[in-house]
Design a protein around this ligand. Structure first.
Ligand code: TYD
Ligand code: MG
Length: 469
């Protein structure tokens, strides 16, 4: 066996060093490097050593074309969860479910386990954090006390694998959480990245050989105390994040990586006293309690994967007392806001240099689509000018640096969703000249005013003042 040197491992990203450093050069994290024994050398994880052989085994190589079947899946029965995974848990795949502590990971997985177990599948729920009685108590509170889920409180990976390998392999095994697991193949202390990585490796091997779908729960912590689950992201088949802020009841599930399905679908849940409830029509939820008469709010007709989603974008533009005015944004990209502000100044004739600007996406949602530019711009212009936008209008479109409004994908789906929720008009980009479709004949579900440039939007909102006064 190779001689073990003490190694220093970054608990954020898993980089290994020969000596202690204050800052990790790989990920830039401060104070995240901790001494570990057993992480053999830089560059190597706790790879199981195997006896060296002079000759390798010859394996068959195959062509790209050939007989392939759709990966067999077990649907969870929770539609929002299945939407994110792409139709259910693929046999033998490993999903990492990450999220802040207390967001509802254990609750959701207990609900999914019970739903599967009730349909006659073998499901094992291994908790490394809570005692069996605690898990049982939660299941009872959720009204799932009778579901035949196999429960255990255990942290040793070898014992877990030996137990699960007995009898019919489970359809689903839940490991809550990967940070509490430890394996005998690695010497480091539980909770360190080396242990997390080693445990994950063993569990992944178990999933592949048994066909059991394994879900690893990973807490995302800001401080470096507990190993960040980021080190296992590249080893698993799917990384799903469960987000939301504890002040809101909504929880959004999003696939960050998915080898067997889409990565742009979201699942929306609501935390209630009976656990997590699915939200089949999130637009209604995100628009509930909307303040329509106040300047500075615009409804954005967005898309999350294949699903249209209407959200309210709120802006507050107020004179600043600071030398450098504040720019704060929640739920959207900071640099995107800077760009929209720059375009509004350069091409829209707005003076924002002496104003603080705040932008918020209502309901705790995080938007990544560039199509939100136009709605954000409308909210900003509305707040600055003091003119409330019409409450029955939705906005979408991408803003170019020249001030041009660029067309975005899936216009029809956005408009249909808006019409369904009672909106009667839309401010949108000029449609693409699509000869193949004979674009003019395409019926739009609501009245749209297509605008080509940011000046049209400014004029549109300014006209409202003249009409009102
Ligand atoms: P939990 O699933 O334990 O979170 P995680 O595993 O992500 O750390 O959920 C914790 C929170 O959920 C807790 O603060 C209480 C709340 N909760 C409800 O609001 N309703 C419920 O029915 C349950 C079981 C939990
Ligand atoms: Mg938990």
């Amino acid at each position: 066996m190779a001689k073990r040197h003490p190694s220093f491992v970054c608990q954020e990203c898993g980089a290994v060093y020969n000596r202690w450093k204050g800052k990790c050069e790989a990920c830039g994290g401060w104070n995240s490097i901790v001494e570990e024994t057993g992480a053999a050398s830089p560059m190597s994880g706790p790879v199981a050593t195997r006896p060296s052989r002079a000759k390798g085994r010859i394996f068959p190589l195959e062509g790209l074309s050939g007989e392939t079947k759709e990966a067999p899946r077990t649907p969870s029965g929770i539609a929002e969860l299945d939407r994110v995974t792409g139709g259910g848990f693929v046999h033998g795949s490993v999903i990492l479910l990450g999220g802040d502590p207390g967001i509802g990971k254990s609750t959701l997985l207990m609900q999914a386990s019970a739903a599967l177990a009730k349909r006659g599948e073998r499901v094992a729920y291994i908790s490394g954090e809570e005692a069996v009685a605690q898990v049982r108590l939660r299941a009872e509170r959720l009204g799932l006390g009778q579901a035949p889920v196999e429960l255990a409180s255990e942290t040793n990976v070898e014992d877990i694998i030996a137990t699960l390998s007995q009898g019919r392999p489970p359809a689903l095994a839940i490991i809550d959480s990967i940070q509490t697991m430890w394996t005998e193949t690695v010497e480091s202390a539980p909770g360190t990245v080396t242990q997390v990585r080693g445990s994950a490796q063993s569990l992944i091997r178990f999933a592949k050989t048994s066909g059991t779908a394994v879900i690893l729960v990973g807490h995302v912590t800001k401080d470096g105390q507990i190993a960040g689950p980021r080190v296992v992201e590249h080893m698993v088949d799917a990384v799903v994040s469960f987000e939301g802020d504890t002040g809101h009841h909504f929880r959004i599930m999003r696939a960050v990586k998915n080898r067997f399905g889409p990565t742009d679908e979201i699942g929306v849940f609501e935390m209630s006293d009976q656990g997590l409830r699915e939200v089949p029509n999130p637009s209604e939820l995100f628009l509930a309690g909307r303040d329509m008469a106040t300047p500075g709010t615009a409804v954005f007709a967005g898309m999350e994967g294949t699903r249209p989603l209407l959200v309210e974008i709120q802006a507050l533009v107020a004179p600043s007392s600071l030398g450098t005015p504040r720019r704060a944004v929640v739920g959207w990209d900071q640099s995107r806001l800077s760009m929209v502000l720059a375009v509004l100044e350069a091409h829209g004739g707005l003076k924002l240099g002496m104003h603080d600007v705040y932008l918020n996406v209502a309901g705790g949602l995080r938007i990544t689509e560039p199509a939100a530019d136009l709605a954000a711009a409308a909210a900003l212009i509305s707040s600055l000018s003091g003119n409330a936008l019409p409450p029955d209008t939705v906005y979408f479109g991408e803003l170019g640096l020249s001030g041009a409004i660029r067309p975005v994908a899936q216009e029809q789906a956005r408009l249909k969703e808006a019409a369904k929720l009672g909106f009667s008009s839309a401010i949108s980009p000029q449609p693409r000249l699509d000869k193949s479709k004979g674009s003019k004949s395409e019926r739009l579900p609501l009245a749209t005013s297509a605008i080509g440039h940011i000046t049209d939007l400014v004029a549109n909102i300014a006209v409202r003042r003249r009409k009102a006064s």
